[in-house]
Design a protein around this ligand. Structure first.
Ligand code: HEM
Ligand code: HEM
Length: 192
């Protein structure tokens, strides 16, 4: 049999070998990270940012936020490594070529936006000396953190991340309920 004919036969076999679901660790980390990221976005914007730095509760809020933010960074790096090292289901189709090209870009954008959030948060806390103030009890918070440029990046990118997550959830629900292709199963438990 010619090489071309052999690879033509091998192609469907390879496609069949694709798992039906993402790796179990990716699935567990996806839902844990979704919860932690939504919590950090909600608590950060609704409760911590509006709080005056002179409020005694601010240090506790910052401590919790910085620990959850650092945890998100570690888990997201771990998830990215597992994502690069494991096999995943064949790309899902919407039936529209432009939307199909957009899907992987949106997935990488979610990783990118989370990394920019963690990076700008860490840069901000280093510039403002937060590790000593928040965890070491040394010194006091400045009147506002908005004088530091990474604070602007952190605030703006948090809004972009919220929009990206809304788009991601809308796309997942569109697949699930309008296309009826059970996309959510790919991020679920059960036979791989
Ligand atoms: C903070 C929230 C979230 C983030 C950062 C996030 C991130 C991601 C990323 C990066 C992927 C691509 C696959 C991968 O790299 O492993 C993905 C896939 C997926 N997510 Fe999310 N996700 C979030 C929330 C949600 C929610 C709330 C839902 C359900 C409504 C959902 C449903 C899915 C589904 C079904 C897939 C598989 C898509 C496919 O196979 O094409 N995600 N998610
Ligand atoms: C990785 C995920 C993270 C998310 C989703 C997140 C989310 C947020 C949000 C939504 C705000 C409020 C922004 C606004 O409404 O203007 C905020 C503020 C802040 N975040 Fe994060 N953050 C993350 C990581 C971090 C990390 C790792 C640190 C530091 C180690 C950090 C430190 C801060 C600080 C210092 C503020 C400013 C509070 C203020 O102005 O009073 N964040 N974050």
């Amino acid at each position: 049999m010619s090489g071309a004919a052999q690879s033509a036969q091998a192609a469907p076999a390879l496609q069949q070998a694709r798992p039906q679901r993402y790796h179990l660790l990716l699935v567990l980390l996806h839902w844990l990270l979704a919860l932690l990221i939504c919590m950090a976005l909600f608590m950060g914007s609704q409760s911590m940012a509006p709080m005056a730095n002179s409020d005694p509760a601010k240090l506790e809020a910052l401590r919790a936020h910085m620990m959850v933010g650092g945890g998100i960074l570690v888990l997201m790096v771990l998830r990215l490594l597992i994502r690069l090292l494991t096999r995943h289901p064949a790309p899902a189709s919407t039936g529209n070529a432009t939307l199909d090209r957009l899907a992987p870009l949106m997935h990488w954008a979610l990783y990118g936006l989370v990394f920019v959030m963690a990076g700008s948060g860490i840069a901000l806390s280093v510039m403002a000396g937060l590790p000593d103030i928040v965890f070491g009890g040394v010194g006091a918070l400045p009147e506002s953190l908005r004088i530091y440029p990474p604070r602007l990046v952190h605030g703006l990118v948090s809004k972009l991340l919220m929009l990206a997550i809304l788009g991601h959830v809308a796309a997942a629900l569109y697949h699930q309920f309008f296309k009826g292709d059970h996309l959510l199963r790919r991020m679920g438990l059960g036979k791989r």
